[in-house]
Write a protein that binds this ligand. Structure first.
Ligand SMILES: CC(C)(COP(=O)(O)OP(=O)(O)OC[C@H]1O[C@@H](n2cnc3c(N)ncnc32)[C@H](O)[C@@H]1OP(=O)(O)O)[C@@H](O)C(=O)NCCC(=O)NCCS
Length: 169
């Protein structure tokens, strides 16, 4: 698949992107393999989530020829203490036709740049064990596996483990 990094516009999401982001969630959730999320978010839920983001949190979207084809979110790890304010978590989701073409890398450049500017020192993610493609993606960015939660996900009666991967900025 040709790399199309050069044709990609990466920008912060706005509330106008809610339908496109929900459509991507619907696609990825239906695939049943790539996320622990088993039910797509509604427009209202996604709107509330975007509205709730703090000044240190963001969603970047990737546009190709005017179409939002993927997004990446950056959130703080927890909200109940400041002791983990230096730790962020990321999630990355693209429509199938746009995977493996460098767009995830473009999104990550923007997110990690934002993260450094906002005081994060490490990013921690969790990926389903069965999602070897995403593990390869995060490893290519320098993320290192650092733990596993066994049978943490149960979707359609099937268990999957969750792998933690961390990156120090
Ligand atoms: C995982 C995902 C976000 C990666 O984004 P992407 O744009 O496809 O990744 P890139 O094209 O930037 O790939 C960068 C590197 O990741 C790795 N990679 C990406 N897709 C891969 C695949 N299917 N198999 C193996 N390695 C892969 C490769 O090392 C690649 O580098 P290379 O092209 O030099 O070989 C995207 O494929 C996706 O949305 N997948 C479905 C949803 C998902 O799994 N999200 C993560 C949930 S934690």
């Amino acid at each position: 698949m040709p790399n199309i990094e050069g044709q990609v516009l990466v920008r912060p999401a706005t509330l106008e992107d809610v339908p496109a982001i929900v459509a991507i969630w619907e696609t990825v959730v239906a695939e049943r393999k790539y996320t622990a999320v088993d039910t797509p978010f509604t427009w209202e839920e996604e709107r509330a989530y975007i509205s709730s983001l703090s000044a240190r949190e963001i969603i970047y979207v990737a546009e190709v020829a005017g179409q939002v084809v993927g997004f990446q979110s950056l959130d703080g790890w927890v909200k109940y203490t400041h002791s983990m304010d230096h730790v962020g978590q990321m999630g990355t989701f693209l429509l199938p036709a746009f995977r493996g073409r460098g767009i995830g890398h473009r999104l990550t450049q923007a997110t990690l740049d934002f993260a450094r500017r906002h005081g994060y020192e490490k990013i921690l993610i969790y990926v389903r064990q069965g999602n070897t493609e995403a593990q390869a993606f995060y490893a290519s960015l320098g993320f290192v596996p650092c733990g596993k939660l066994s049978r943490q996900v149960k979707i359609d009666g099937q268990y999957d483990d969750e792998i933690f991967m961390e990156l120090f900025l």
